[in-house]
Design a protein around this ligand. Sequence first.
Ligand SMILES: [Mn+2]
Length: 443
Amino acid sequence: MYADVTSGLGKVPAPVSHDEFRKRQADFCDSLGGKSIAIITNNPTSIRSRDTHYPYRFNSYLHYLTNWDEEKGVAVFYRRGNEWTCRLYVKPRDIAKEIWSGRVLGPEGALEGWPVDETDSRLNLETSMLELMDGADIVYHVTGLDEDVDKIVADFNGDLSDPRVYLDDMRVIKSDSEIELMRYSGELAALTHIEAMRRCKPGMGEWHLQAIIEGCFLYHQSEWAYTSIVGCGDNATILHYTDNKSIMNDGELVLIDAGCEISGYASDITRTFPVNGKFTEAQRAIYELVLKAQLAGIAACQSGSPWSDMHHATSRVLAQGLLDLGILTGTIDDALGDDWNGPYRQFFMHGTGHFLGLDVHDVGGGRQGDGVPERILEPGMVVTVEPGLYFGAWREDIDIDSKWKGIGVRIEDDILITESGPIVLTEKCPKNIQEIESLIGTI
Ligand SMILES: [Mn+2]
């Protein structure tokens, strides 16, 4: 079944080139001040049960700079004479350990195939890092990821600084090769959502759709970028519902928020559709309103515009729609309230989108409304646009007509900002009612 999804899927794009990694390193080092060194560590492993771990996911900053994904890797950037040098510390070869947990490349292997200047064993970390720190005025480092490095850096007497401010500015603008990877990631996720629509029938479990989606990802050598949300009925009104353990009943909507990773680059798609293939009148009214808001949000994704424009665009449409449907009363100004926090927020309580890249909630923007200085959209940025409306029957805090209860709708696409307007990277995933209804339960 998963092979069917490939029809229409292009070839996996080329990986990011070593030249590009080298360019990133140079740009990063150029922004570092004084006599400084920068240390970028990998993520810690995470225990699932006793001696069993969750699948490992590399740190996006380390990957972005070095392409090195093996756990315990540490990159150190330092000046040798006038030249910046990238030294990578890696786990040493150890056959007794490798028999159990897999081959490692060791310093020699890393030097051959990775875009770095020098490699060393992690066993030498302390001695050689102390040497590098000696004479430096500033150490750029993010604590909390690698205990060994944190201990070494704790003894440093100069200034400690955060390298992420520079890296976030770089990561927020995607290169051509990153865009190609993200386009493919969006395409695979789009086709996968279609597969879930085609196989959805009343009486199935939410977990069945999750299995289809995540099976498709895995079949295509991808994996989920975040825990898949498959919520029917009232479960669709829980923003981060991930239990996925309910039976999907005739008459309910199901909301699927699922995306995959290609070479670390995330896609993030949400679709909402009726389990039995036919929207009820109330479901249709809410769906059409959210879709109208989403299209307005996408249209607001213009280079040169403040990032919050799209949030204001979706908010305006949703607030007006809630008034038209009689769910809210008063004027549009009443509904929107001060600072875009009026009564409409009872039913649309999240931001309209986030940046997307190596992290699903990518760096560079914070979240809309959290007080982070406003970004101006530029070509090469990728954002999501994902308005929603949620009328949980379980919500004791809201007073609405019973016909709306149990409806939760979110529609989300991934948008590339270009000089000539927004490009929807996930456009292969249908969202108009007629197209969706014609797909559901057809297999
Ligand atoms: Mn999202």
